[in-house]
Design a protein around this ligand. Sequence first.
Ligand code: TYM
Length: 332
Amino acid sequence: MDEKKVMLSGIQPSGDLHLGNYLGPLRHWPEMIEEFDCYFFMADLHTITVRQDPAQLRRRVLTQVAQYIACGLDPEKCTIFIQSHVPAHAQLGWVLDCYTMFGELSRMTQFKDKAAKHKDNINAGLFTYPALMAADILLYQPDFVPVGDDQRQHVEICRDIAERFNGIYGEVFKVPQPHIAKVGARIMSLNDPQSKMSKSNPEGCVFLMERPEDILRKFKRAVTDSDTQRCVRYDPETKPGVSNLVQIYAAATGKSFEAIEAEFEGKGYGAFKPAVGEAVVETLRPIREETERLLADKGYLEGVYRTGAERAERVANRTLRKVYKKIGFVPR
Ligand code: TYM
């Protein structure tokens, strides 16, 4: 019998989940759990490269567990866990730090961006973060890593690290492929379509748990462009704002760009922007309601992440043992 292919991904609970996280990678995960052996985790170790409020961090991790399930990840069919519950991540992270070069880490765009944003706290963790992310991935020997476009570089460096390690010690790690969706891989900010949607600009960002009236308001105010014909067309070069909305509408409704252009032909932005807002509200409504229901059942959530950590740990420890042995550490 063919073994199922393995897939793994994670999201940092450094802010509340937003539409970019959802339309980029997360909405595709539920389709994958039928076909693949899937691991999805809360990347809490990664969040402390930037200072976190402890109570907020705890709240966000638990909310994120509930949101994963509410988005359609059935915990019976995939492994959902919290990164810090599986010590092998930090352990392999250290090992891979020693097989990752200063020069390659210096080229990471996310490091450069974050270092510029948090000038008073450019810590070593922020710099070596991609080695920890490589450990997250390689522990589970996945075939695919579904992420948004902004994480492509980190998956690439993970492949380089794996190949370097395999080159020294033999085939220890499977070298994974990034899996990046065609539509939604880079959702841009609603009020600044040149930057990706991110929690650091809340007015341009739609959060999964946000109230419908706030979501609609943000879409009504979304920056479009000064095209006098105000036509709805997908053309990211000359119409970044409108193209972003077309992309969001396509991802939320499953319609093609051509169908959307035809639907709004001659109608202008006045009709289009609220329609995108409504589509997003309706997409997020069931997720928000189910998340709220699950959050009221702490016992259930605890069961999910405990079982998940046990399953994840078995797989992760197997890889870690192999790595330790190859390196030459004496077994306990
Ligand atoms: P993070 O937490 O920043 O983002 C989580 C996922 O959401 C995607 N994403 C977006 N996609 C489309 N448009 C956007 N505006 C947008 N913003 C974010 C990201 O590409 C990502 O897929 N380092 C990772 C977390 C991580 C990880 C891993 C991922 C840690 N270990 C192992 C995969 C495998 C991160 O910071 O993503």
